[in-house]
Design a protein around this ligand. Structure first.
Ligand SMILES: [Zn+2]
Ligand SMILES: [Zn+2]
Length: 360
């Protein structure tokens, strides 16, 4: 009992230290300075400082009121409220493995760091600008990326939705909100720079210090994730600890030099995050085999065709009948916590097995 209490306290203290480290980092990452506003910098071909966007007309929701921190041509990151809260996601699951010349990424898109409270509470100062009504929910992400990606013949556009994947387990989106504006300037995120979209998928639009708390110490930034073409996405700094700007990078927001790639010094193209718009990726240099919509809601397993065998295997491994498993999962998206309770299993165990036998 005492041990449990101590370890719980230890974990709580650890988490608090973690966030105490992170939040100031995040603020300095974006800078205390004004940044150029990206609104209107959407192109139909690769262009430095722009998002080469597959979608060209926008009409969706998002923040309903433009904050005072957004000026005519600039915005002030330090003037923007953050969504309050300290929600921990103990079921966050991310697994990156190799399969021949492929890198397999499996995740439920729950972050390995704390988040704010979503939907945004009416008590939150952020509510005056952005009433994001979505709760963070599990997604079922399964990606196969080339382990050593190559350039496509031509760069390609980035879609709305997931364009990359962070090592913290969550999606990276492009710089645009649903109205095609500069998302980090207009939308309100939490202290880790994330928020959920309509289906509950938590995502970043720019650099988050919460991806890797030791990222920005000195020298070239560490890997923070992978783009959907398989190329690495690195943090804000280049080889000389200098903050990367659009001028240092190509139209897709990357460059080529020696990096540590899976433990081997390799001369390879990679993307960088920048403090300035377009923050993440302007376009893809490699081929994207998965579309931006690869995140299917968890539960694709029990309703897509040809999955009977996988479902059998999952049921067998869980020690329950296929019928019980099907009925507990219900219509997609399933609530793993509820289903696990019904089956007398732990939610983690159920999630692990369902991801394992998810159709490839
Ligand atoms: Zn967003
Ligand atoms: Zn670099």
């Amino acid at each position: 009992m005492v041990t449990n209490l101590n370890s719980a306290r230890f974990i709580a203290n650890l988490s608090l230290c973690f966030v105490a480290l992170l939040v100031p980092n995040y603020v300095t990452a974006s800078g205390d300075h004004e940044l150029p506003l990206g609104n209107g910098k959407v192109s139909t071909a690769p262009k430095v400082g722009y998002v080469y966007s597959c979608q060209t007309s926008f009409n969706g929701g998002g923040a309903f009121r433009v904050g005072e921190w957004v000026k005519q041509d600039t915005w002030q990151p330090s003037g923007k409220p953050r969504v309050d809260g300290f929600v921990i996601w103990p079921n966050a699951l991310i697994n990156i493995t190799f399969d021949g010349d492929q890198r397999k990424v499996q995740s439920n898109n729950l972050p390995t760091h704390p988040t704010g409270v979503f939907p945004i509470s009416s008590q939150d100062d952020a509510y005056a600008y952005d009433r994001n009504p979505n709760a963070i929910s599990e997604q079922n992400i399964f990606l196969r990326l080339p382990r050593v990606p190559e350039f496509a013949n031509n760069p390609s556009c980035v879609s709305m939705g997931m364009i990359g994947f962070a090592l913290s387990g969550v999606a990276i989106f492009n710089a645009l909100d649903a109205m095609g504006r500069d998302a980090p300037a207009h939308e309100i995120q939490d202290a880790c720079g994330g928020h959920p979209e309509r289906s509950g998928q938590y995502h970043y639009h720019d650099y988050s210090a919460c991806i890797n708390e030791f990222n920005e110490k000195g020298g070239h930034s560490k890997l923070v994730g992978y783009a959907l073409d398989g190329f690495g996405i690195y943090g804000l700094q280049g080889a000389g600890s200098d903050a990367m700007t659009n001028q240092d990078l190509d139209a897709c927001h990357g460059h080529n030099h020696e990096i540590n790639w899976d433990g081997v010094a390799t001369n390879l193209f990679h993307y960088h995050m920048t403090a300035e718009y377009p923050y993440t990726i302007g376009c893809f240099r490699g081929e994207v085999k998965n579309s931006g919509q690869i995140n299917t809601q968890a539960g694709g397993l029990n309703n897509s065709a040809g999955n009977a065998e996988n479902l059998n295997k999952a049921a067998l491994e869980l020690g329950v009948s296929v019928e019980a498993l099907k009925s507990a999962l219900g219509a997609p998206p399933p609530n793993f916590n509820k289903a696990a309770k019904q089956l007398g299993l732990s939610a983690n165990q159920l999630r692990r097995v369902m991801l394992k036998y998810r159709p490839k």
